[in-house]
Design a protein around this ligand. Structure first.
Ligand code: NAP
Length: 309
């Protein structure tokens, strides 16, 4: 199948292009970018022109930041194209519901991707937790914003999510592996004095079985980076590290680990998108985003030191 990639920035070049070009399912048929392209691939600067001129391209993959993404996704669906959305699937829950409505009306596939759910050990963690009684679950997602988002000012603007941009990846794993739904009960959000989005967040959740569930996200961590989820149960402790690439139960590592975070995640997303288009399905799980919206609704705001690149 032919796919057009829109928004040729960091994640498009780091992950989407290699995943598409190595896939047996996909051909990168065009790019849409205001600034650049991918060598040897027809490049458009105007999305409307691509939709009008390339009726042969039935699938659009959007790698833009969340705020500008809705207009592109809506235009693609209205033009009868299947759409794959980077995470988070939009800037607001309402616009995601609107996109789903357009996809249903047009009998088109729409995929809200959550790349961290495709990390190597997430399915194994879900299977292990399925028959255990959870006592505690803690998420520690601490990374250096200067290292992973160099110069990306959109993350500090309204709709850019701040530290929830990586934090939502942790929430996408938690919502996938826990057998029962949780909901947010309290949050503290730390906003740099000169920015519109938080640099750190502390979250507490209600768990139907009474387990203590919490998450700490922080973008100020230099040196070692931490993407860990620890679940203490009646039958042992499961630890997911490196964003779900590695897993251990009571300190014993599971087999078949990926080497590093992100390895294999995007090839698995594109494989799922191929199956979704072939089967004519929609996959729009918004639960990670709902928790983020709840944190902005319920969160106590704390002002911290200004952030400069
Ligand atoms: P980025 O490099 O800052 O931006 C991606 C591209 O989007 C830009 O190069 C630009 O493409 C286009 N764009 C930006 N603002 C636009 C606007 N106002 N209107 C139209 N196009 C615009 O961001 P990114 O890191 O790739 O992140 C994009 C999405 O991927 C985010 O939702 C992020 O959460 C997700 N993601 C990022 C990472 C990561 O490691 N960075 C990992 C996983 C997921 P052109 O210059 O080509 O027009």
């Amino acid at each position: 199948m032919q796919v057009a990639l829109v928004g040729i920035g960091k994640i498009a070049l780091d992950q989407h292009v290699p995943a598409i070009t190595s896939s047996p399912d996909w051909v990168l048929a065009a790019t849409v970018s205001r600034h650049g392209g991918v060598g040897g691939v027809p490049a458009y600067t105007d999305f409307a022109a691509l939709l009008a001129e390339r009726q042969d391209i039935r699938v659009i993959s959007l790698c833009l930041p969340p705020v500008p993404r809705f207009a592109y996704a809506a235009a693609a669906l209205k033009a009868g194209r299947h759409v794959m959305l980077e995470k988070p699937p939009g800037a607001t829950l309402s616009e995601c519901h609107a996109l789903e409505g357009l996809a249903r009306a047009g009998r088109l596939s729409l995929y809200a991707t959550w790349h961290s759910r495709e990390a190597a050990q997430v399915a194994a963690a879900k299977a292990w937790l399925a028959d255990k009684a959870l006592r505690h679950l803690s998420v520690t997602w601490k990374e250096d914003v200067r290292r992973w988002h160099p110069g990306q000012d959109w993350i500090w603007e309204p709709g850019g999510l701040g530290v929830f941009d990586p934090g939502i990846n942790a929430l996408s794993i938690v919502t996938a592996i826990l057998p029962e739904p949780i909901h947010l009960t309290a949050a503290t959000l730390s906003f740099p004095d000169n920015r519109q989005t938080p640099i750190a967040a502390d979250l507490r959740f209600h768990h139907p079985g009474g387990a203590e569930v919490s998450a700490v996200f922080d973008w100020r961590q230099e040196g070692d980076q931490t993407w860990t989820i620890k679940a203490v149960t009646d039958a042992g402790t499961l630890t997911l590290t490196d964003g779900g690439a590695q897993m251990a139960v009571d300190g014993v590592r599971a087999a078949a680990q990926d080497d590093a975070p992100l390895t294999g995640e995007y090839p698995r997303l594109y494989s799922k998108m191929a199956r979704l288009v072939q089967a004519g399905g929609i996959d729009m799980d918004l639960s990670p985003m709902r928790h983020v919206a709840d944190a902005f609704t319920l969160g106590r705001r704390v002002t911290v030191a200004p952030f400069h690149w």
